[in-house]
Design a binder for this molecule. Structure first.
Ligand SMILES: Cc1cc2nc3c(=O)[nH]c(=O)nc-3n(C[C@H](O)[C@H](O)[C@H](O)COP(=O)(O)O)c2cc1C
Length: 395
């Protein structure tokens, strides 16, 4: 029988496999944070400060972890977060990750800055598909992309609002890895010393039709991954305000979420604008350093809008127990970013599938150990919370 574990027994093992396979610059782009990486570290250490208070003797012989999200039942309490790079980590990595998500019965989010056309994901994979949008300086371009996602049949649109400007990632300057990609002696040496990635990803793209394009950009700005910057039109918009969200609400008839909200006042504004869901996120520690960990912000966010809209959380989730803690705090679902990206970078679709299988098994085991049969049975009484969360949860 084929070994589907890939020799990886937790997400950290998949990260190790990805680190060995990818050029260093690319691995750091996926793995690291920004500036002093305080947000990145805190996103993980916060989970160590939240402890479980198990209940025993509760007959946990029948367990399931399904939830209902935006009216759809799904098999796990997670969805795949938008990430711009699966297609650089693995040949056609976006298709691989979408297939892994479909097989696990969870939504997959395609990011704007990906290499696979959104229509191909619909035609070749299907399943529950969400699309993530950045709002660009030229608003017409963002509207064009949203219309296209609507016509392609995407179930939900996620507008990422935490990036009014580019973040400060000094390691990318040092290791020479930037998007659009450039050839420098350093990154050429980096690629040559990782032949599996060079042959199976880069050369394969070259053989199959040339370097890939950012397929979800409008035709007038579409460029290859190794091209000059796309110009002013595609610069991130630092003049966005809530009127832009109201405009998008009129344009997008299905589920609309905004991603990158950490302040309850903004969650309340989003609800007032008719947005269906907020994603409590610090972008995995990649855009602002020293930001509150989303899981720390979660109780106040739920108190502010939890009854009016869907509240999803991400950043730092690597273990099933992390997901159980978020669901016990009251989150409606969790987005998974790097955990599945490590899997795809390590082994394509089987790697993404393995990451989700690890999380599913870990959630199931923790639920049994704390005496819960379903996600609905999780609650704050099962948690010992550090002081700020205790205050937030009882506020
Ligand atoms: C390599 C990488 C690329 C990402 N690209 C995007 C993106 O294009 N749009 C977006 O909204 N978020 C993006 N994110 C952030 C994720 O959607 C998510 O918020 C984050 O990864 C969650 O943290 P985690 O990786 O610790 O799970 C990216 C994250 C990573 C690691």
């Amino acid at each position: 029988m084929t070994d589907t574990t890939l020799g990886a027994y937790n997400i950290a093992d998949l990260r190790d496999l990805a680190r060995k396979r990818l050029p260093r610059g690319l691995f750091e782009f996926m793995d690291r944070g920004c500036e002093d990486e305080v947000s990145l570290r805190n996103n993980r250490s916060v989970f160590e400060r939240i402890k479980l208070k198990p209940r025993v003797l509760n007959d946990v012989s029948k367990r399931e972890q399904s939830i209902t999200l935006f009216g759809h039942q799904q098999d796990m309490p997670v969805a795949i977060a938008p990430t711009g790079t699966p297609g650089i980590m693995w040949y056609e990595g976006e298709l691989a990750l979408a297939r892994a998500a479909k097989q696990a019965g969870i939504p997959f989010t395609l990011a704007t800055t990906t290499l696979t056309a959104m229509e191909r994901i619909v035609d070749e994979v299907g399943g529950r598909l969400w699309f993530q949008l950045y709002m660009y300086a030229d608003r017409a371009l963002s509207r064009w992309i949203a219309e296209r996602a609507k016509n392609a049949g995407y179930e939900a649109l996620i507008i990422t609002v935490d990036s009014p400007t580019f973040s400060n990632r000094e390691y990318n300057l040092r290791n020479g890895f930037t998007i659009p990609m450039t050839y420098t002696p350093r990154n050429i040496a980096d690629v040559l010393s990782h032949p599996r990635w060079m042959i199976n990803v880069w050369l394969r793209y070259l053989v199959e039709g040339g370097l890939p394009l950012f397929e979800n950009y409008p035709p007038e700005v579409k460029a290859r991954v190794k091209a000059a910057p796309m110009g002013r039109a595609m610069k991130l918009n630092d003049a966005l305000d809530w009127d832009d969200i109201r405009e998008m609400r009129k344009l997008w008839p299905r589920t609309l979420m905004i991603k990158g909200v950490l302040n309850p006042a903004d969650a309340a504004m989003a609800a007032d604008c008719g947005v269906d869901g907020v994603i409590v996120s610090n972008h995995g520690g990649r855009v602002i350093d020293g930001a509150i960990a989303p899981i720390d912000a979660l109780p106040l966010m739920l108190d502010a809008v939890g009854k009016r809209m869907t509240v999803i959380v991400d950043s730092g989730f690597r273990r099933g127990s992390d997901i159980v803690k978020a669901m016990a705090l009251g989150a409606h679902a969790v987005l998974i970013g790097r955990a599945t990206l490590y899997g795809v970078a390590a082994a394509g679709e089987p790697g993404g599938t393995r990451a989700l299988a690890i999380l599913r098994e870990e959630i199931d085991r923790v639920m049994a150990l704390i005496g819960c049969r379903s996600i609905a049975e999780l609650n704050r009484a099962l948690l010992a919370l550090p002081a700020p969360l205790t205050i937030a949860a009882s506020a």
